[in-house]
Design a protein around this ligand. Structure first.
Ligand code: ZN
Ligand code: ZN
Length: 172
């Protein structure tokens, strides 16, 4: 099955082309355990919605839109799992390169310039969605703004119970 994020260049008319995509991670060629390098990231949940406009002008294809997804994370303070919705911006530019064999490069920010060659007949929105998801997941996520964490004395989750332990500062 073809990834739903692959947009045939032949289908793009000059000017704006709007796409609305919706599917499971695997439909985009993504894994639910997408952000493996982050131990606080558990998995992508349910369907990923993408609303995007691809503006074609000459050899350039500007991609702008939003991706909506839900993920299960693990709080870096209390270690409990929680779920969160994300609504992230998508921006990328694909440029048709003038080479003997036409290839297309995705241009990232100048400081992290990383030209990705993709199939000449498609723009791969999955790669853009992949980047947006990776950028969106915090390194040390918190289940709530003022997470109270775990009691170092009895191990209770202090968001849920008031264990009443006194935190003693060792005398020295
Ligand atoms: Zn927490
Ligand atoms: Zn306690």
């Amino acid at each position: 099955m073809r990834k739903i994020g692959l947009v045939p260049l032949a289908s793009l008319k000059p000017g704006d082309n709007r796409f609305e995509l919706e599917g499971l991670a695997r439909d985009y060629g993504l894994e639910i355990h997408e952000v493996r390098e982050n131990p606080s990231f558990e998995e992508l949940l349910g369907r990923i919605r993408v609303d995007v406009v691809i503006t074609r002008s000459g050899k350039r294809f500007l991609v702008r839109g939003r991706v909506h997804f839900r993920a299960r994370l693990r709080c870096a303070i209390c270690n409990e799992e929680y779920e969160r919705d994300f609504d992230e911006e998508l921006v990328a530019e694909f440029t048709m390169l003038e080479r003997p064999h036409a290839v297309y490069a995705r241009e990232l920010e100048p400081e992290e310039l990383d030209r990705v060659k993709i199939d000449a007949d498609f723009i791969d929105l999955s790669a853009v969605i992949h980047d947006a998801i990776h950028l969106a997941i915090p390194i040390a996520p918190r289940c709530r703004e003022a997470c109270q964490g775990i009691c170092p004395v009895c191990g209770a989750n202090r968001n849920l119970v008031q264990c009443g332990c006194e935190l003693r500062v060792p005398k020295g």
